[in-house]
Design a binder for this molecule. Structure first.
Ligand code: FAD
Length: 594
């Protein structure tokens, strides 16, 4: 049940798919030299494997506990978090003006993968802080930045996101938490549910970012404001003062991520929690959107990360579990199950899905860096379109695929996969939340179709398809490349037809279009994953012609692309057919007929 960071594939993917070399030439990213990237990845790999990975199992068994109003995280979390902060892992991608290290998001994404693979429950704490940092960095006043940002960037204080209420889940606009002006501050009252790390013992202060409604605010999302509501109030000198009027009233019992406290939070039981308005009233949702892309990408990374952890465990098990004879009769004694073709197929499928997800995440993270830092505004806008289009895909496709891969890992373990002591079941349970939070995957698909595709009639997606076709041309250089070019070309053609059709349907019949939004998102993810694996295979071949491939890594990269093209890309045909003609039939039963 150990974990080793897949450093070789991470570096290759950063170089060939994210283009970290080019990113390092953008203003502000000059520090991201190859040596530094290598060192950061090596050190993070050691930290993840040595400090965090051992906590995964014990934290699942122990869980976080609420004792007399205090949340105790699992044994080892406090100490690991102190080390995490001291080593600077919290501040990697944040602005140096507030104590961050200003490194590219593409690199931070690889580190996030390691931390999450090692212990997903633990990883959620810095993930939520990241959201608070982005919100305050973009919309906080100078005083708010001075008071909160440096401590959040370093990780000395943690952040949370408080959107959800019992009646307001996907429909955030239904929230009722109230904020009433009291001098230059506000008094917050209401209840929030499902708040990740809403209360815990890992940091001296917790800065809650709370969405609430002021009296007389317009209904729905247009009447929501954003507030900073710290657990301990902060004096003018930056020292902590009074305990604010907020508390954790319960922790949820959950299917997975037991180490992560999921809190029911009560605000204002004793007169109102003191909150500071961020920006202007009624613009809270707009502010939330600024951090949504990176938050969603980070949750997509969870799908990838947990899949990688499950794969490593399943692979090791398949090498040691002796069962059955070799199908070709080559061995008279019983063999490890990794020799059986069906087990090989499962491992190969997992590996191909994981490498496709890693490539997609790296591609989107690299686009985030270019959209932020490219000196040419037209280029920034072009990369932002890619980020906007592919973020819901990275979130939903990677987290759905994460569930599939962790399920396959259970299958490889046979009966022991279903038995908790093996640990395979934990990965499967932990992975299941990622398609639900940070906007359910259904909501991601709606975002992709009704906002991203509809707003430009599919132009952004067509531009991406044109880039994919260039890879097909590059692959047509004969031999193996021809095979990849044929399969990828066919899948891209299916994506293009489905895109044209859906871009037209969404304009005239939104209901039918949204009934096939999820298959369309899966189609985009499947084809984009295949595209990036073919790109990786072409790069691997180029590298092989320049230097020896002693450990066979580069040759494997080509084999993985071939496997994906032959076994996973054909799904594109079925998904495209669903997009073209599946919508009407999904809506034929009346509600009573279910
Ligand atoms: C472990 C955990 C941690 C969480 N952490 C946080 C946190 O830190 N902060 C926070 O604010 N929230 C958090 N959440 C809440 C989470 O974001 C919500 O659960 C999620 O947004 C879905 O809301 P809901 O549960 O009310 O489901 P609902 O909105 O009731 O959705 C139920 C189903 O209906 C579908 N659906 C709903 N509306 C539509 C629509 N308009 N069109 C199509 N389909 C629709 C959904 O896709 C879903 O399949 C957490 C939840 C969990 C379980």
């Amino acid at each position: 049940m150990t974990y080793a960071a897949p450093l070789r594939d991470m570096i290759f993917t950063l170089e060939e798919i994210a283009g970290i070399g080019e990113i390092a030439t953008l203003p502000g990213y000059a520090d991201a030299t190859p040596d530094l990237v290598q060192t950061v990845l090596d050190e993070a790999g050691k930290f993840a494997a040595g400090v965090l990975a051992p906590l995964n199992r014990t934290s699942d068994q122990q869980g976080s506990r609420l004792e007399n109003g205090v949340v105790r995280t699992p044994d080892g979390f406090r100490d690991a978090y102190a080390q995490f902060v001291a080593a600077g892992w919290n501040s990697l991608q944040f602005d140096p003006e507030h104590g961050g290290q200003g490194l590219p998001w593409a690199l931070a994404a690889a580190i996030q993968e390691m931390v999450t693979s090692a212990c997903m429950s633990f990883s959620l704490c810095p993930l939520l802080t990241q959201g608070a940092v982005e919100l305050l960095g973009s919309h906080g006043s100078a005083a708010q930045k001075r008071t909160y940002l440096t401590k959040l960037v370093s990780g000395e204080w943690c952040g949370t996101m408080n959107l959800t209420e019992p009646q307001a889940g996907s429909d955030v606009g239904a929230l009722r938490t109230r904020a009433v002006k009291d001098g230059d501050r506000y008094r917050i009252t209401g209840q929030k549910i499902f708040i990740t790390f809403g209360e815990h013992d890992m940091a001296e202060n917790i800065v809650h970012m709370v969405l609430a409604r002021t009296p007389g605010a317009p209904p729905g999302v247009k009447g929501i404001s954003l507030f900073i509501v710290p657990k301990f109030l902060v004096g003018p000198d930056g020292a902590l003062t009074d305990r604010n009027d907020l508390r954790c009233v319960a922790l949820e019992r959950k299917m997975g991520i037991h180490g992560s406290p999921t809190a029911v939070m009560a605000y204002g039981d004793n007169g109102g929690a003191i909150g500071e308005l961020v920006g202007e009233e009624n613009r809270g949702i707009e502010y939330m959107f600024t951090m949504m892309n990176t938050a969603r990408l980070s949750v997509g990374i969870e799908g990838l990360a947990i899949a990688e952890r499950a794969y490593q465990q399943a692979r090791d098990y398949a090498r040691t579990r002796i069962q059955g004879r070799a199908v070709d009769g080559s061995d008279v004694s019983a063999v490890p199950i990794i020799r059986h073709p069906d087990v090989r197929r499962m491992l190969m499928t997992m590996r191909a899905q994981i490498e496709a997800m890693r490539a997609l995440v790296a591609f989107v993270a690299g686009s985030v860096d270019r959209a932020k830092r490219h000196p040419d505004s037209a280029e920034r806008a072009r990369h932002q379109t890619t980020v906007d289009l592919l973020t819901p895909v990275a979130k939903a496709w990677c987290t759905d695929t994460g569930c599939v891969v962790t399920s396959t890992a259970v299958q490889i373990h046979g009966g022991l996969g279903f038995i908790e002591s093996t640990g395979a079941a934990q990965h499967f349970r932990d992975a299941r939340i990622a398609p639900i939070y940070e906007g359910t995957n259904g909501i991601q698909a709606i975002d992709l179709v009704s906002r991203k595709l509809a707003r430009d009639g599919g132009a952004g997606m067509r531009e991406l398809i044109a880039a994919m076709r260039m890879t097909v041309e590059a692959a047509k250089s004969g031999g193996e490349g021809q095979f990849l070019a044929t399969h990828l070309g066919e899948a891209i053609g299916q994506l293009a037809v489905a895109t044209d059709s859906l871009a037209a349907v969404v304009k005239r019949d939104r209901t039918t279009a949204l009934a096939v939004a999820s298959p369309y998102l899966a189609l985009v993810g499947t084809v984009a994953g295949g595209w990036l694996l073919v790109k990786a295979a072409l790069a691997a071949r180029r590298r092989r012609s320049d230097a020896a491939d002693n450990d066979g890594y580069l040759a494997a990269k080509e084999s993985i692309a071939r496997f994906y093209a032959a076994n996973l890309l054909p799904q594109a045909g079925g998904l495209a057919a669903m997009v073209l003609s599946g919508g009407d039939s999904a809506l034929t039963l009346t509600e009573d007929q279910f």
